[in-house]
Ligand binder design. Structure first.
Ligand code: G
Ligand code: G
Ligand code: MN
Ligand code: NA
Length: 254
């Protein structure tokens, strides 16, 4: 079977899984959110990471039904956590440009929120910087409509896409996710520090929150904290894990 055919089969047979990575308030260490990350278990027991199949899913358009499943599944999982732990986490879900440029994308988001009972103000859709800037007028309309719904928008991989600051000025964005390329060089690299600091300052001026991505060691966390970066994500704070493990590690005792 071709990869496309295997993706269709995986979708029909319910093979996809979501893992969840904690997002942490750096000052307190509190888990305040979770990012849903797609995984595809293989017959040999391995997990295929998204960069091995999302590009093909995007080319074939299969990312549209896959993404629909991701959103519904993540919202459903969050509602279970909410019922069991009375949590008020934010839920971040990645969205490809192929998905949000569909005419019915916003209707589908509304539909999932309605069907699952998920509170819109807890949902954050992550859109890569390059995707948002590829079609600025559409992005403008879409982010405004999401914002009207109460849904947040995170600019993913910020700093990697040659940000068009003029577009950023016009977009409704609730979070900037500072790409891990910058975090990795902290705290030693003066130039990375300058860029990280400028992202934090910029976000705060736009009433958005910066999330430092890919924090792997305490020194990187300390550097971000000193810059006033409110939120972080990375292996040092917690790896992406299956929902049961997320619950055990991050929700027990809350
Ligand atoms: O989970 P991992 O860090 O390996 O993810 C690699 C890339 O795949 C990231 O850029 C992430 O944004 C993307 N990705 C993960 N899950 C999804 C998803 O559900 N939908 C889309 N469109 N991208 C995803
Ligand atoms: O592009 P996006 O932010 O959606 O990508 C999330 C990806 O980053 C996931 O594939 C996740 O596994 C990965 N990731 C999360 N934390 C870390 C980290 O601390 N180090 C590295 N190298 N990757 C990370
Ligand atoms: Mn992301
Ligand atoms: Na990212």
């Amino acid at each position: 079977l071709s990869l496309r055919q295997r993706l269709v089969q995986a979708l029909i047979q319910g093979e996809f899984r979501l893992h969840y990575q904690p997002q942490v308030e750096l000052a307190s260490g509190r888990v305040v959110g979770a990012e849903a990350l797609l995984r595809w278990p293989q017959a040999d027991g391995t997990l295929l990471p998204p960069d091995h199949f999302i590009p093909r899913a995007e080319e074939t358009g299969l990312i549209v039904p896959i993404g629909r499943w991701v959103l519904r599944e993540a919202c459903t999982q969050w509602m279970r956590w909410q019922a069991n732990h009375n949590v008020t986490l934010d839920l971040s879900v990645n969205v490809s440009v192929r998905q949000w440029e569909q005419p019915h994308f916003l209707d589908e988001v509304r539909e999932v929120l309605r069907e699952t009972g998920f509170p819109p103000e807890r949902l954050i859709l992550e859109i890569t910087e390059s995707a948002l800037l590829a079609d600025p007028e559409d992005a403008l309309a879409l982010t405004a409509q999401l914002s009207d719904l109460g849904v947040g928008v995170a600019l993913d991989d910020y700093g990697k896409g040659f940000s068009n600051l003029y577009q950023l000025q016009r977009l409704s964005v609730s979070h900037l996710k500072l790409d891990r390329a910058f975090i990795q060089s902290l705290p030693g690299d003066r130039r990375a520090r300058a860029i990280a600091q400028s992202a934090v300052t910029l976000a705060s001026g736009l009433d958005a929150l910066t999330i430092g991505e890919g924090i792997e060691v305490q020194e990187q966390l300390d550097a971000l904290l000193a810059m006033g970066c409110p939120l972080g994500q990375g292996f040092h704070l917690g790896r992406p894990v299956p929902p049961e493990e997320f619950q055990q590690r991050h929700l027990m005792g809350t």
